[in-house]
Design a protein around this ligand. Structure first.
Ligand SMILES: [Zn+2]
Ligand SMILES: [Zn+2]
Ligand SMILES: [Zn+2]
Length: 362
């Protein structure tokens, strides 16, 4: 664990290369066998000799990397960016293949070198100092640059440099999504196949980061505007629809089939919108199995926060309709939202549902 709280083990170089090499070397050290067990062999000799060396070498490589990474290489500054005073070491695509792309040393080590030989030599150290006047530099492979990291790995592994350059340029040209209202016809939007709810759409940037170039990609299609929708105004649902992101993360982290994502998002798209100042009127709400008064989870949040994470057994099976405007307990406009969500996450992490139940009963 480093100063910034990021787990050092969770780096592609470790999880995809160095650690699997240790495991591979370990399981390939056979238990001592005697040659007479092997067909056609005559001598009774131990053939396992020398097999442990691979494991030692792999472990040494892992330890050397970890030592260097924690003692020498500075952590990526992420979205906040780095100033000259931070003394970062930067890498750039060789031959200026992707103008303006910069990669900090940590991400070069963790992500680019994980593809080795892949893209290891496609990046070179940037010798020109950052300069005082150039302001902050934001690493293009920082943890927030999900899509850039994903294509570095997927294309790098195959050595597909041209494909990577084209995709990286495309992503770098996309505007950051600020969740602001935009005209439908003047932007590119995506939504799950089969969903027709017009306001349920993700901007190209959010769609790309969350789903493009992955097994989830086929769940979505580009929105084709009609004369009716062309001038409608929309916010990116990835930014306002919390059950959507919760549901997606749950499905993605538990590696469920792609179609589960499509089905779940279609359910959420068809339910009343949760996080509004007005609450939901005439909505259907789930209570806890041991009902709590003035408590309810709306249908969209039930899908994203409850069912997707395996918490359904703590909640009622059937939702109850509440005619007047009511607030879902996961509505961010609720005063105690922060407190409740903290306890809910605690219940998820520890498996002790009482952590949450006690909080909402009081
Ligand atoms: Zn970085
Ligand atoms: Zn967006
Ligand atoms: Zn809700």
């Amino acid at each position: 664990m480093r100063e910034n709280g990021a787990c050092s083990f969770n780096a592609l170089r470790v999880t995809k290369v160095l650690w699997p090499a240790v495991v591979h070397a370990h399981i390939h050290v056979p238990v001592p066998v005697h040659v007479h067990d092997v067909q056609g062999a005559g001598a009774d000799a131990d053939v396992s000799q020398g097999q442990g060396q691979g494991e030692e070498t792999a472990m040494a490589a892992l330890v050397a990397y970890m030592r260097r990474r924690s003692e020498v290489v500075k952590d990526c500054k992420g979205e906040a960016g780095a100033l000259t005073a931070d003394g970062m070491k930067w890498y750039i695509p060789a031959g200026d293949a992707i103008p303006h792309m910069v990669v900090c040393e940590a991400c070069y080590e963790e992500v680019v070198l994980a593809t080795a030989p892949g893209f290891a030599n496609r990046f070179t150290e940037h010798h020109t100092p950052q300069g005082v006047s150039s302001g902050k530099w934001v690493c293009d492979l920082g943890r927030q640059m999900i899509y850039m990291r994903r294509i570095t790995w997927s294309r790098g592994r195959k050595g597909d440099w041209d494909g990577f350059v084209a995709e990286a340029k495309r992503r770098m040209a996309m505007p950051a999504c600020e969740g602001k209202i935009k005209t439908a016809g003047q932007n590119v939007w995506f939504r799950p196949k089969g969903v027709t709810v017009d306001e349920f759409r993700f901007c190209e940037t959010c769609y790309t980061d969350a789903f493009a170039d992955s097994k989830w990609e086929d769940v979505f299609e580009k929105v084709v505007e009609t004369s009716k929708t062309e001038w409608t105004m929309h916010k990116c649902a990835w930014k306002w629809n919390l059950p959507v992101t919760q549901f997606t993360f749950a499905v993605q982290t538990t590696k469920q089939p792609a179609d589960d994502l499509r089905l779940g998002l279609a359910v959420i798209a068809g339910k009343p919108r949760c996080c509004t100042r007005e609450g939901i009127k005439g909505g259907r709400f789930y209570n806890l199995r041991n009902a709590v008064s003035e408590f309810g989870v709306c249908e969209a949040c039930y899908e994203g926060f409850v069912r997707a994470v395996g918490m359904a057994s703590f909640f009622s099976d059937t939702p109850v309709t509440i005619p007047q405007a009511a607030y879902c307990v996961f509505n961010t406009f609720l005063d105690r939202w922060g407190q409740f969500i903290e306890r809910y996450n605690e219940a998820l992490d520890t498996g002790r549902f009482s952590a949450y139940e006690d909080a909402v009963r009081n």
